[in-house]
Design a protein around this ligand. Structure first.
Ligand code: GTB
Length: 216
């Protein structure tokens, strides 16, 4: 069975691995599954062929056999359940790892996306200076809590899991913002994840797409 995922033809993140195909690539590398990538322009993402797979006209999607999926969290849960290596075998540990996946997507990533949106798109608004500190503080609260829970552990709950994969990818978006500086254990957590061979392969693959687009 060939697995095909979708990604930006030319990613606005300029190959920094922040677009959400990166996390799917990373998950596939962790479980050792080869995959093809269908690259899409912004226009193609909104056309019927892609909308048939992704109702919101976004990337990433996943197609394998007769299964088509959208939403990075759902895709990664499917990969983790189907192939070994991203979720523990023990039932309770597995349930906890899945809770971390949801925590990454709904509790931690959401304020980070809000922060990125304000910084990127709302800089010229009259209320920008008043809004930014509140949005930053919402991110800081979550980082403080995450940092306290991680403590000196390598990963969130025992061995590296899909929960760590999604959490790292969510928090990584703050790299360079200064918001991580107060939390050295989170910086080390990200660095540990980035040192994983699977992460490196996924990162190189998405960067190669951006560089090819830049050359053409
Ligand atoms: N909840 C969905 C999921 O997790 O799969 C969100 C998917 C999503 O936001 N996809 C974005 C997309 O397709 C790309 S990843 N956008 C096009 C559109 O909506 O028309 C989000 C993203 C985009 C850019 C950067 N960046 O430049 O740094 C980072 C992340």
């Amino acid at each position: 069975m060939t697995i095909t995922i979708t990604a930006f033809e030319s990613s606005p993140d300029r190959g920094r691995g922040l677009a959400r195909d990166m996390r799917v690539r990373w998950a596939l590398e962790e479980v050792g599954q080869p995959y093809d990538v269908r690259l899409l322009s912004f226009k193609a993402m909104k056309e019927p062929a892609h909308l048939a797979v992704h109702p919101f006209g976004q990337i990433p999607t996943y197609e394998g056999g007769d299964l088509a999926l959208f939403e990075s969290g759902g895709i990664i849960l499917h990969i983790a359940e189907r192939y070994g290596g991203l979720l523990p075998d023990d039932g309770n540990a597995r349930a906890r790892a899945i809770s971390w996946m949801f925590a990454a997507l709904s509790t931690v990533e959401q304020p980070i996306i809000e922060y990125s949106t304000v910084k990127l798109l709302e800089r010229d608004e009259s209320w920008y200076d008043a809004r930014l500190p509140a949005v930053e503080e919402r991110v800081r609260v979550r980082l403080r809590q995450l940092s306290a829970r991680l403590g000196s552990a390598d990963w969130l709950d025992g061995a590296f899991s899909a929960g760590d994969l999604l959490m790292v990818h969510a928090v990584q978006r703050l790299t360079g913002s200064g918001l991580l500086d107060a939390f050295p254990n989170l910086g080390a957590y990200i660095a540990r994840a980035e040192a994983r061979p699977a992460y490196k392969r996924a990162f190189a693959a998405q960067l190669a797409v951006f560089e090819a687009a830049r050359r053409s």
